[in-house]
Design a binder for this molecule. Structure first.
Ligand code: KG4
Ligand code: ZN
Length: 345
């Protein structure tokens, strides 16, 4: 099938605080609508699961309708429904999975329960075309930091490494809090860092030379907090821009170093970076520099496709349909700790 004959897939994403609904036809994006409960969590400094679940419940039907409106489609145009079955917050996932089952049953179309991490990889095809097979994917967000070997995003994803403590975005958010910047902190650190120096303070780089493809950011976060505390205790002003830039440099140095180590180790010439932290300007710049030096091609989806969204779920669903994968049963569970190797359930 090609062009207008390709099936239209509805994608539903509710693994964290974004109610995302996407519509795709093959690799063509038709709509990507998001309702976020971020503002309701901001005063707590992090996502509150119960608040997120309730917000998904309220946003679900209107967000689906608004995506259909935007795409100029009707419910009867939908050929398949895909939904994030995990990993993520259990109660939040449950809302999306229940809604997807209801839509699939009501419309009489197949259901595909998919893996959130694989969806972060598949989404790039909407912007940059078919994924090279294999590619390496670095996924960095508030909830995950993973390095994956992706021979085929529809059926074969292999975990090479992940964080042993905080996710990269979580470290950005916690350090921002220490610096008195608002939640979510990543964009604020990114902005503040542009007027600071990345070499002003030598913060530690966890697991830099340990030979694994795992990450650790909790030591770095603590080192920044101690450094700021010591400054404050001695009555000195905290050079926020320099701390932000030096912290950011430590994170992106480790992320890009390990991503390129993975490319070398598995002899792969294509690197994809996804997740909310992929919006970071210094990460993009350093990754490009190091990829150029290593002869590796870099793919980074635009920011709206990097952060959690429904289009990524629809994109992976569309891939499964095209590969002739059997649809999911209507009694699939939401699995908060779904392993990345389970691309679909
Ligand atoms: O993918 P995402 O929207 O949701 C999760 O699955 O977590 O990622 C959100 C994370 C937050 O931790 C946020 O601080 C971080 O992505 N982030 C950034 C930037 N923009 C968002 N981190 C660093 N630099 C940025 N420009
Ligand atoms: Zn995510």
């Amino acid at each position: 099938m090609s062009g207008r004959d390709e099936p239209i897939v509805l994608g539903i994403e509710t693994s964290c605080d974004e109610t995302g609904v996407g519509l795709v036809r093959g690799h063509t994006l038709l709509a990507n609508t998001i309702a976020s409960s971020m503002e309701e969590h901001a005063r707590f400094g992090g996502v509150v699961p119960e608040v997120a679940s309730r917000a998904h419940l309220e946003a679900m039907a209107p967000t689906v309708e608004s995506a259909l409106d935007k795409a100029g489609l009707r419910f009867s145009d939908i050929d398949a429904v895909a939904v994030t079955a995990g990993p993520g917050l259990a109660g939040a996932l449950l809302v999306g999975v229940a809604a997807a089952k209801a839509y699939a049953l009501g419309l009489g179309v197949p259901l595909y329960g998919v893996n959130h991490l694989a969806a972060h990889v598949a989404v790039d095809q909407l912007e940059h075309g078919p994924l090279p097979k294999p590619c390496i994917a670095l996924l960095v967000s508030g909830g995950h930091s993973s390095l994956l070997l992706v021979p085929d995003v529809a059926q074969d994803v292999i975990s090479l490494g992940s964080t042993v403590d905080d996710a990269a975005g979580e470290a950005f958010d916690k350090v921002a809090r220490v610096l008195g910047l608002p939640f979510p902190g990543g964009p604020h650190i990114d902005r503040s860092a542009t007027s600071g120096s990345g070499t002003a303070i030598a913060f530690p780089r966890g697991k830099y030379d340990d030979g694994t493809l795992d990450f650790s950011f909790s030591g770095l976060k603590t080192a920044v907090a101690r450094w700021v505390e010591a400054r404050t205790a001695s009555g000195e002003t905290v050079p926020v821009a320099d701390v932000a830039a030096s912290f950011q440099e430590a994170v992106v140095d480790v992320l890009t170093r390990k991503a390129l180590q993975a490319c070398r180790r598995y002899d792969v010439k294509d690197l994809l970076i996804g997740g909310g932290v992929a919006a970071n300007s210094r990460l993009r710049a350093l990754a490009q520099e190091r990829c150029d030096a290593a002869g590796v091609r870099l793919r980074v989806p635009r920011p709206g496709l990097c952060t959690d969204n429904g289009a990524m779920v629809a994109a992976l669903g569309s891939e499964l349909v095209a590969a002739g994968i059997r649809p999911s049963a209507l009694d699939i569970p939401a699995d908060s700790s779904l392993p990345v190797t389970a691309v679909h359930v």
